[in-house]
Design a protein around this ligand. Structure first.
Ligand code: PMP
Length: 406
Protein backbone atom coordinates (compact mmCIF):
# COMPACT_ATOMS: atom_id res chain seq x y z
CA UNK A 1 0.00 0.00 0.00
CA UNK A 2 0.99 3.66 0.18
CA UNK A 3 1.68 4.66 3.80
CA UNK A 4 2.10 8.30 4.86
CA UNK A 5 5.89 8.08 4.94
CA UNK A 6 5.78 7.10 1.25
CA UNK A 7 2.88 9.35 0.14
CA UNK A 8 2.75 12.20 2.67
CA UNK A 9 -0.20 14.57 2.81
CA UNK A 10 0.65 17.46 0.47
CA UNK A 11 -0.15 21.05 1.44
CA UNK A 12 -3.10 22.68 -0.30
CA UNK A 13 -2.25 24.92 -3.27
CA UNK A 14 -2.12 28.36 -1.57
CA UNK A 15 -4.11 30.07 -4.34
CA UNK A 16 -6.97 27.62 -4.11
CA UNK A 17 -7.03 27.91 -0.31
CA UNK A 18 -7.28 31.66 -0.71
CA UNK A 19 -10.19 31.26 -3.13
CA UNK A 20 -12.05 29.08 -0.62
CA UNK A 21 -11.54 31.59 2.19
CA UNK A 22 -12.82 34.38 -0.07
CA UNK A 23 -15.96 32.42 -0.97
CA UNK A 24 -16.71 31.73 2.71
CA UNK A 25 -16.36 35.42 3.67
CA UNK A 26 -19.83 37.01 4.03
CA UNK A 27 -18.72 40.66 4.04
CA UNK A 28 -20.15 42.88 1.30
CA UNK A 29 -16.80 44.67 1.13
CA UNK A 30 -14.74 41.57 0.32
CA UNK A 31 -12.27 41.84 -2.56
CA UNK A 32 -10.60 38.97 -4.40
CA UNK A 33 -7.13 40.03 -5.54
CA UNK A 34 -5.75 36.49 -5.69
CA UNK A 35 -7.27 35.06 -8.82
CA UNK A 36 -5.23 35.26 -12.01
CA UNK A 37 -8.21 35.77 -14.29
CA UNK A 38 -9.64 38.94 -15.81
CA UNK A 39 -12.70 40.47 -14.19
CA UNK A 40 -14.79 43.28 -15.66
CA UNK A 41 -15.65 46.49 -13.82
CA UNK A 42 -18.47 44.60 -12.04
CA UNK A 43 -16.00 41.99 -10.74
CA UNK A 44 -17.49 39.40 -13.12
CA UNK A 45 -15.78 37.04 -15.58
CA UNK A 46 -15.82 38.52 -19.09
CA UNK A 47 -16.59 36.49 -22.18
CA UNK A 48 -14.90 38.44 -24.97
CA UNK A 49 -17.52 39.68 -27.49
CA UNK A 50 -15.36 38.31 -30.32
CA UNK A 51 -15.38 34.88 -28.64
CA UNK A 52 -19.20 34.95 -28.56
CA UNK A 53 -19.21 35.64 -32.30
CA UNK A 54 -16.74 32.84 -33.01
CA UNK A 55 -18.92 30.56 -30.88
CA UNK A 56 -21.96 31.31 -33.06
CA UNK A 57 -20.01 30.70 -36.25
CA UNK A 58 -18.75 27.34 -34.99
CA UNK A 59 -22.16 26.18 -33.77
CA UNK A 60 -23.88 27.16 -37.00
CA UNK A 61 -21.45 25.14 -39.09
CA UNK A 62 -23.46 22.16 -40.40
CA UNK A 63 -20.26 20.21 -41.01
CA UNK A 64 -19.09 20.43 -37.41
CA UNK A 65 -18.07 17.08 -35.97
CA UNK A 66 -16.15 15.83 -32.97
CA UNK A 67 -13.44 13.79 -34.61
CA UNK A 68 -9.92 13.60 -33.20
CA UNK A 69 -7.52 16.38 -34.11
CA UNK A 70 -4.16 15.35 -35.59
CA UNK A 71 -1.42 14.71 -32.98
CA UNK A 72 0.07 18.20 -33.50
CA UNK A 73 -3.37 19.80 -33.24
CA UNK A 74 -5.46 22.08 -35.45
CA UNK A 75 -3.13 23.39 -38.16
CA UNK A 76 -5.23 26.51 -38.87
CA UNK A 77 -4.78 27.37 -35.18
CA UNK A 78 -1.08 26.61 -34.69
CA UNK A 79 0.00 28.31 -37.92
CA UNK A 80 -1.71 31.59 -36.99
CA UNK A 81 -0.66 31.29 -33.36
CA UNK A 82 3.01 31.37 -34.31
CA UNK A 83 2.41 34.15 -36.81
CA UNK A 84 1.07 36.46 -34.10
CA UNK A 85 4.09 36.21 -31.88
CA UNK A 86 6.81 35.92 -34.55
CA UNK A 87 5.22 38.41 -36.95
CA UNK A 88 3.97 37.37 -40.41
CA UNK A 89 7.21 38.57 -42.04
CA UNK A 90 9.48 36.63 -39.69
CA UNK A 91 12.53 35.10 -41.39
CA UNK A 92 11.98 31.98 -39.26
CA UNK A 93 8.56 31.46 -40.86
CA UNK A 94 9.86 32.19 -44.34
CA UNK A 95 12.67 29.65 -43.87
CA UNK A 96 10.17 27.07 -42.53
CA UNK A 97 12.20 26.52 -39.39
CA UNK A 98 9.39 26.71 -36.86
CA UNK A 99 7.46 23.68 -35.70
CA UNK A 100 4.34 23.97 -33.56
CA UNK A 101 2.34 21.60 -31.43
CA UNK A 102 -1.05 22.42 -29.93
CA UNK A 103 -0.95 21.83 -26.17
CA UNK A 104 -3.09 21.83 -23.03
CA UNK A 105 -2.87 25.63 -22.72
CA UNK A 106 0.33 27.29 -21.48
CA UNK A 107 0.92 24.75 -18.70
CA UNK A 108 0.89 21.89 -21.20
CA UNK A 109 3.23 23.80 -23.49
CA UNK A 110 5.75 24.39 -20.71
CA UNK A 111 5.47 20.73 -19.78
CA UNK A 112 5.95 19.43 -23.32
CA UNK A 113 8.94 21.72 -23.79
CA UNK A 114 10.39 20.51 -20.48
CA UNK A 115 9.87 16.90 -21.51
CA UNK A 116 11.59 17.50 -24.85
CA UNK A 117 14.57 19.15 -23.14
CA UNK A 118 14.77 16.38 -20.52
CA UNK A 119 14.97 13.81 -23.28
CA UNK A 120 17.24 15.56 -25.75
CA UNK A 121 19.12 18.53 -24.30
CA UNK A 122 22.88 17.99 -24.27
CA UNK A 123 24.05 21.34 -22.85
CA UNK A 124 24.06 22.22 -19.13
CA UNK A 125 20.82 20.55 -18.12
CA UNK A 126 20.00 23.00 -15.33
CA UNK A 127 17.08 25.29 -16.05
CA UNK A 128 17.27 28.80 -14.57
CA UNK A 129 14.13 30.65 -13.46
CA UNK A 130 13.69 34.21 -12.33
CA UNK A 131 13.41 34.66 -8.57
CA UNK A 132 10.46 34.75 -8.10
CA UNK A 133 8.58 33.06 -10.91
CA UNK A 134 5.19 31.46 -11.59
CA UNK A 135 4.91 28.83 -8.85
CA UNK A 136 4.22 26.03 -11.31
CA UNK A 137 7.51 26.35 -13.21
CA UNK A 138 9.55 24.51 -10.62
CA UNK A 139 7.02 21.68 -10.22
CA UNK A 140 6.83 21.15 -13.98
CA UNK A 141 10.61 20.86 -14.40
CA UNK A 142 10.94 18.75 -11.22
CA UNK A 143 8.44 16.32 -12.76
CA UNK A 144 10.73 15.69 -15.73
CA UNK A 145 13.76 15.49 -13.39
CA UNK A 146 15.63 18.51 -14.79
CA UNK A 147 17.62 20.35 -12.09
CA UNK A 148 16.47 23.93 -11.45
CA UNK A 149 18.21 27.08 -10.25
CA UNK A 150 17.24 30.75 -10.06
CA UNK A 151 18.56 34.09 -11.25
CA UNK A 152 17.88 37.35 -9.34
CA UNK A 153 15.00 39.32 -10.82
CA UNK A 154 13.00 41.45 -8.39
CA UNK A 155 14.69 44.25 -6.49
CA UNK A 156 12.80 44.69 -3.20
CA UNK A 157 14.13 48.23 -2.77
CA UNK A 158 13.03 49.69 -6.10
CA UNK A 159 10.22 47.16 -6.66
CA UNK A 160 11.64 46.98 -10.18
CA UNK A 161 14.12 44.79 -12.03
CA UNK A 162 17.39 43.71 -10.38
CA UNK A 163 19.08 44.01 -13.76
CA UNK A 164 22.67 43.86 -12.52
CA UNK A 165 21.92 40.75 -10.46
CA UNK A 166 20.17 39.10 -13.38
CA UNK A 167 23.00 39.84 -15.83
CA UNK A 168 25.63 38.55 -13.44
CA UNK A 169 23.75 35.29 -12.92
CA UNK A 170 23.43 34.79 -16.69
CA UNK A 171 27.15 35.45 -17.04
CA UNK A 172 28.04 33.09 -14.20
CA UNK A 173 25.80 30.21 -15.30
CA UNK A 174 27.71 27.44 -17.13
CA UNK A 175 27.64 27.77 -20.93
CA UNK A 176 24.59 26.34 -22.70
CA UNK A 177 22.29 26.59 -19.70
CA UNK A 178 18.53 26.70 -20.24
CA UNK A 179 17.08 30.09 -19.26
CA UNK A 180 13.36 30.47 -18.73
CA UNK A 181 12.12 33.97 -19.59
CA UNK A 182 8.64 35.50 -19.32
CA UNK A 183 7.90 37.01 -22.74
CA UNK A 184 5.95 39.89 -21.15
CA UNK A 185 3.92 40.77 -18.04
CA UNK A 186 6.11 38.80 -15.65
CA UNK A 187 4.13 36.71 -13.16
CA UNK A 188 4.13 37.38 -10.19
CA UNK A 189 5.98 40.73 -10.20
CA UNK A 190 4.57 42.69 -13.17
CA UNK A 191 8.17 43.80 -13.83
CA UNK A 192 9.51 43.46 -17.40
CA UNK A 193 12.95 44.36 -18.78
CA UNK A 194 12.97 47.39 -21.09
CA UNK A 195 13.72 46.94 -24.80
CA UNK A 196 17.33 47.97 -24.24
CA UNK A 197 17.65 45.56 -21.33
CA UNK A 198 16.25 42.71 -23.44
CA UNK A 199 18.94 43.43 -26.03
CA UNK A 200 21.62 43.16 -23.37
CA UNK A 201 20.11 39.94 -22.01
CA UNK A 202 20.11 38.48 -25.54
CA UNK A 203 23.69 39.52 -26.08
CA UNK A 204 24.91 37.84 -22.87
CA UNK A 205 22.92 34.72 -23.67
CA UNK A 206 24.44 34.66 -27.16
CA UNK A 207 27.98 34.89 -25.77
CA UNK A 208 27.24 32.11 -23.30
CA UNK A 209 25.29 30.00 -25.84
CA UNK A 210 22.37 29.73 -23.42
CA UNK A 211 19.11 28.22 -24.61
CA UNK A 212 16.07 30.54 -24.21
CA UNK A 213 12.71 29.09 -23.22
CA UNK A 214 10.04 31.80 -23.43
CA UNK A 215 6.82 31.49 -21.48
CA UNK A 216 4.25 33.70 -23.21
CA UNK A 217 1.01 33.76 -21.23
CA UNK A 218 -0.03 37.40 -21.69
CA UNK A 219 0.60 38.55 -25.28
CA UNK A 220 -1.68 41.51 -26.02
CA UNK A 221 -3.07 41.41 -22.50
CA UNK A 222 -0.08 43.32 -21.12
CA UNK A 223 0.18 46.46 -23.25
CA UNK A 224 -2.88 45.97 -25.46
CA UNK A 225 -0.48 45.70 -28.41
CA UNK A 226 0.34 42.23 -29.76
CA UNK A 227 3.53 43.39 -31.48
CA UNK A 228 4.91 45.15 -28.48
CA UNK A 229 4.25 42.24 -26.12
CA UNK A 230 6.09 39.90 -28.52
CA UNK A 231 9.03 42.27 -28.94
CA UNK A 232 11.45 40.30 -26.75
CA UNK A 233 10.83 36.96 -28.46
CA UNK A 234 11.12 38.59 -31.90
CA UNK A 235 14.44 40.15 -30.96
CA UNK A 236 15.83 36.77 -29.92
CA UNK A 237 14.62 35.19 -33.16
CA UNK A 238 16.22 38.01 -35.19
CA UNK A 239 19.47 37.32 -33.34
CA UNK A 240 19.40 33.77 -34.70
CA UNK A 241 18.71 31.90 -31.45
CA UNK A 242 17.31 28.42 -31.38
CA UNK A 243 14.51 28.57 -28.82
CA UNK A 244 11.23 27.33 -27.40
CA UNK A 245 8.05 29.32 -26.86
CA UNK A 246 5.16 28.19 -24.66
CA UNK A 247 2.09 30.16 -25.73
CA UNK A 248 -1.18 30.39 -23.83
CA UNK A 249 -4.52 31.77 -25.03
CA UNK A 250 -6.11 31.57 -21.58
CA UNK A 251 -5.79 35.25 -20.67
CA UNK A 252 -5.76 37.05 -24.00
CA UNK A 253 -8.89 35.20 -25.23
CA UNK A 254 -10.47 34.67 -21.81
CA UNK A 255 -10.49 30.94 -22.61
CA UNK A 256 -9.13 29.79 -19.25
CA UNK A 257 -10.98 26.50 -18.99
CA UNK A 258 -10.70 25.58 -22.68
CA UNK A 259 -6.96 24.90 -22.51
CA UNK A 260 -5.86 26.41 -25.83
CA UNK A 261 -2.11 26.74 -26.21
CA UNK A 262 0.91 25.91 -28.35
CA UNK A 263 4.52 24.93 -28.04
CA UNK A 264 6.75 26.31 -30.79
CA UNK A 265 10.30 25.28 -31.52
CA UNK A 266 12.31 27.75 -33.60
CA UNK A 267 15.43 26.24 -35.16
CA UNK A 268 18.50 28.43 -35.72
CA UNK A 269 19.04 29.61 -39.32
CA UNK A 270 21.40 27.50 -41.44
CA UNK A 271 21.56 25.23 -44.48
CA UNK A 272 19.94 22.26 -42.71
CA UNK A 273 17.42 24.28 -40.63
CA UNK A 274 14.37 22.96 -42.47
CA UNK A 275 15.40 19.32 -42.08
CA UNK A 276 16.43 19.89 -38.46
CA UNK A 277 12.98 21.34 -37.74
CA UNK A 278 11.29 18.31 -39.28
CA UNK A 279 13.36 15.98 -37.08
CA UNK A 280 12.37 17.94 -33.97
CA UNK A 281 8.72 17.91 -35.05
CA UNK A 282 8.83 14.13 -35.40
CA UNK A 283 10.06 13.72 -31.81
CA UNK A 284 7.61 16.25 -30.39
CA UNK A 285 4.84 14.25 -32.05
CA UNK A 286 5.95 11.07 -30.27
CA UNK A 287 6.07 12.84 -26.90
CA UNK A 288 2.63 14.36 -27.49
CA UNK A 289 1.18 11.01 -28.52
CA UNK A 290 2.33 9.30 -25.34
CA UNK A 291 1.10 12.13 -23.12
CA UNK A 292 -2.29 13.18 -24.51
CA UNK A 293 -2.60 11.50 -27.95
CA UNK A 294 -4.14 14.65 -29.38
CA UNK A 295 -5.22 18.00 -27.97
CA UNK A 296 -8.75 19.28 -27.17
CA UNK A 297 -10.57 20.89 -30.07
CA UNK A 298 -12.96 23.56 -28.86
CA UNK A 299 -10.67 26.37 -27.67
CA UNK A 300 -8.46 25.94 -30.71
CA UNK A 301 -11.51 26.28 -32.99
CA UNK A 302 -12.47 29.55 -31.33
CA UNK A 303 -8.98 31.05 -31.62
CA UNK A 304 -8.57 29.78 -35.17
CA UNK A 305 -11.92 31.27 -36.23
CA UNK A 306 -10.84 34.68 -34.91
CA UNK A 307 -7.24 34.69 -36.12
CA UNK A 308 -8.20 33.60 -39.66
CA UNK A 309 -10.79 36.34 -40.21
CA UNK A 310 -9.58 39.92 -40.68
CA UNK A 311 -12.68 41.51 -39.16
CA UNK A 312 -12.77 39.24 -36.13
CA UNK A 313 -9.04 39.67 -35.69
CA UNK A 314 -9.46 43.46 -35.56
CA UNK A 315 -12.27 43.04 -33.07
CA UNK A 316 -10.07 40.84 -30.89
CA UNK A 317 -7.48 43.60 -30.82
CA UNK A 318 -10.21 45.96 -29.58
CA UNK A 319 -11.17 43.48 -26.86
CA UNK A 320 -7.51 43.22 -25.82
CA UNK A 321 -7.24 46.99 -25.58
CA UNK A 322 -10.37 47.07 -23.45
CA UNK A 323 -8.97 44.56 -20.93
CA UNK A 324 -5.48 46.02 -20.76
CA UNK A 325 -6.89 49.56 -20.71
CA UNK A 326 -9.12 48.83 -17.73
CA UNK A 327 -6.18 47.33 -15.86
CA UNK A 328 -4.00 50.33 -16.64
CA UNK A 329 -6.77 52.63 -15.39
CA UNK A 330 -6.90 50.68 -12.12
CA UNK A 331 -3.12 50.96 -11.73
CA UNK A 332 -3.39 54.71 -12.20
CA UNK A 333 -6.36 54.99 -9.82
CA UNK A 334 -4.68 52.95 -7.08
CA UNK A 335 -1.42 54.86 -7.31
CA UNK A 336 -3.03 58.28 -7.26
CA UNK A 337 -5.31 57.38 -4.34
CA UNK A 338 -2.37 56.11 -2.26
CA UNK A 339 -0.38 59.20 -3.11
CA UNK A 340 -3.32 61.46 -2.26
CA UNK A 341 -3.69 59.71 1.10
CA UNK A 342 0.01 60.27 1.72
CA UNK A 343 0.45 56.55 2.38
CA UNK A 344 4.05 56.03 3.57
CA UNK A 345 6.38 54.69 0.87
CA UNK A 346 6.59 55.19 -2.89
CA UNK A 347 3.86 53.94 -5.22
CA UNK A 348 5.23 54.60 -8.71
CA UNK A 349 5.85 50.85 -9.08
CA UNK A 350 2.10 50.29 -9.29
CA UNK A 351 2.03 52.07 -12.67
CA UNK A 352 5.55 51.06 -13.73
CA UNK A 353 4.61 47.38 -13.50
CA UNK A 354 2.52 45.81 -16.27
CA UNK A 355 0.01 43.04 -16.91
CA UNK A 356 -2.30 41.10 -14.64
CA UNK A 357 -0.22 41.34 -11.47
CA UNK A 358 1.50 43.83 -9.25
CA UNK A 359 4.04 43.13 -6.54
CA UNK A 360 2.91 45.75 -4.04
CA UNK A 361 5.79 45.41 -1.59
CA UNK A 362 3.30 44.75 1.24
CA UNK A 363 4.69 42.38 3.89
CA UNK A 364 3.11 39.08 4.86
CA UNK A 365 1.95 40.65 8.10
CA UNK A 366 0.26 43.49 6.23
CA UNK A 367 -1.34 41.01 3.82
CA UNK A 368 -2.80 39.02 6.73
CA UNK A 369 -4.08 42.19 8.34
CA UNK A 370 -5.77 43.19 5.09
CA UNK A 371 -7.48 39.79 5.05
CA UNK A 372 -8.54 39.71 8.70
CA UNK A 373 -9.61 43.31 9.13
CA UNK A 374 -10.60 44.42 5.64
CA UNK A 375 -11.76 41.24 3.80
CA UNK A 376 -9.13 41.74 1.11
CA UNK A 377 -7.72 38.46 -0.25
CA UNK A 378 -4.25 38.40 -1.81
CA UNK A 379 -1.25 36.05 -1.75
CA UNK A 380 1.20 36.31 1.14
CA UNK A 381 4.00 37.53 -1.12
CA UNK A 382 2.14 40.82 -1.57
CA UNK A 383 1.00 40.11 -5.13
CA UNK A 384 -2.33 41.55 -6.24
CA UNK A 385 -4.30 40.72 -9.34
CA UNK A 386 -5.08 44.13 -10.81
CA UNK A 387 -8.17 42.67 -12.49
CA UNK A 388 -9.78 42.28 -9.07
CA UNK A 389 -9.92 46.07 -8.71
CA UNK A 390 -12.72 48.17 -10.20
CA UNK A 391 -14.21 51.63 -9.87
CA UNK A 392 -16.41 50.43 -6.97
CA UNK A 393 -13.68 48.96 -4.77
CA UNK A 394 -10.37 50.68 -5.59
CA UNK A 395 -11.05 53.47 -3.12
CA UNK A 396 -11.85 51.01 -0.30
CA UNK A 397 -8.72 49.02 -1.13
CA UNK A 398 -6.46 52.09 -1.15
CA UNK A 399 -7.80 53.17 2.24
CA UNK A 400 -7.29 49.66 3.65
CA UNK A 401 -3.68 49.60 2.38
CA UNK A 402 -3.13 53.03 3.86
CA UNK A 403 -4.31 51.80 7.28
CA UNK A 404 -2.17 48.64 7.34
CA UNK A 405 0.96 50.46 6.14
CA UNK A 406 0.81 53.15 8.83
N1 PMP B 1 2.92 30.78 -17.47
C1 PMP B 1 2.66 31.82 -16.70
C2 PMP B 1 3.76 32.76 -16.34
C3 PMP B 1 1.36 32.04 -16.24
O1 PMP B 1 1.11 33.11 -15.48
C4 PMP B 1 0.34 31.15 -16.61
C5 PMP B 1 -1.05 31.36 -16.15
N2 PMP B 1 -1.22 31.53 -14.79
C6 PMP B 1 0.69 30.06 -17.43
C7 PMP B 1 1.98 29.92 -17.84
C8 PMP B 1 -0.24 29.00 -17.94
O2 PMP B 1 -1.56 29.13 -17.83
P1 PMP B 1 -2.55 28.21 -18.65
O3 PMP B 1 -2.09 26.80 -18.48
O4 PMP B 1 -3.86 28.48 -18.02
O5 PMP B 1 -2.47 28.65 -20.06
Amino acid sequence: SFPADVVPQAPEDPLFGLMRAYKADQSKDKIDLGIGAYRDNNAKPWVLPVVRKADDIIHNDPNLDHEYLPIAGLASFTSKAREIFLGAASPALKDERVTSVQTISGTGAVHLGALFLAKFYKGNRTIYFSNPTWANHKQIFDNVALPTATYPYFDKKTKGLDFEGMKKALQDAPERSIILLHACAHNPTGVDPTEAQWREIASIMRQKSHFPFFDSAYQGFASGDLERDAGAVRHFVEQGFELLVAQSFAKNFGLYGERAGCLHFVTAPGPSAKEDTARIASQLAILQRSEISNPPIYGARIVSTVLNDDKLFAEWRDNLREMSGRIKDMRQALRSKLEALGTPGTWNHITDQIGMFSFTGLSEQQVLKLRDEFHVYMTKNGRISMAGLNTSNVDYFAKAVDKVVR
